[in-house]
Design a protein around this ligand. Sequence first.
Ligand SMILES: Cc1cc2nc3c(=O)[nH]c(=O)nc-3n(C[C@H](O)[C@H](O)[C@H](O)COP(=O)(O)O)c2cc1C
Length: 222
Amino acid sequence: MAHYLVFLGSTRTSTPPSPARLGERVAKACERLLSSLPHTTAEIIDPLALNLSDPFKPHFAYPKNDAPDNLAALADKIAHADGYVMVSPEYNHSMSPALSHLLNHFGASLFAFKPSAIVTYSMGQWGGVRAAVAMRSFLSELGCLPVSAMVHIPKAQEALNDDGHFDQDQERWESYFGRTLGQLMWWAEAATSYKSHVDPAHVSPAFKTKPSQRNAPGSEDN
Ligand SMILES: Cc1cc2nc3c(=O)[nH]c(=O)nc-3n(C[C@H](O)[C@H](O)[C@H](O)COP(=O)(O)O)c2cc1C
């Protein structure tokens, strides 16, 4: 059985410009389509349910075993998931601040050597493609390399209803999602099975104190 986390990249409960949190519809569609596949379970990670503290203090800044329960529980889920679906609206031609803020709470070693899929949406005609471009480098740095196929949903308020079902062209939409989710599953299964042959921590140990530990010789202190 493979388990996937669907990160919902919006905390916007107000309106306008669009109906509140279209991201809920998109995340529900991802969860439903993943769960309909054999030997696959999926779960939505909702930043509103997490009550992230202010000021920002990431999971890895706490002493071992001393992180708040909400962060510790999600760190555990991230570590044990087989892959991730990252759902983001486009805000000012960039990825959602709610999603980057949520993901910034967790170290790359929790996500590393597992794939991710990028799913973007917007109320306009481009479906969040500009956010998706930025997400590729963000997710690569996090260690969960995004698969090449992506999902972009223009006019998400018309495409999806509150339950995360498509109002029209259901079959075409599902086949469009299927290409990306299929790639995600292929890479997730490949990574999971190869881990039993070679431990990734052996070939690329997590840096323990500061990111400069991965720098080229001569630039250790930068
Ligand atoms: C601050 C902000 C910036 C936005 N910038 C863009 C944008 O650059 N491109 C776009 O297509 N839509 C943009 N929109 C419209 C969003 O696509 C739309 O509001 C969408 O529903 C946001 O997702 P959410 O409802 O899940 O928060 C923006 C909306 C907000 C609130």
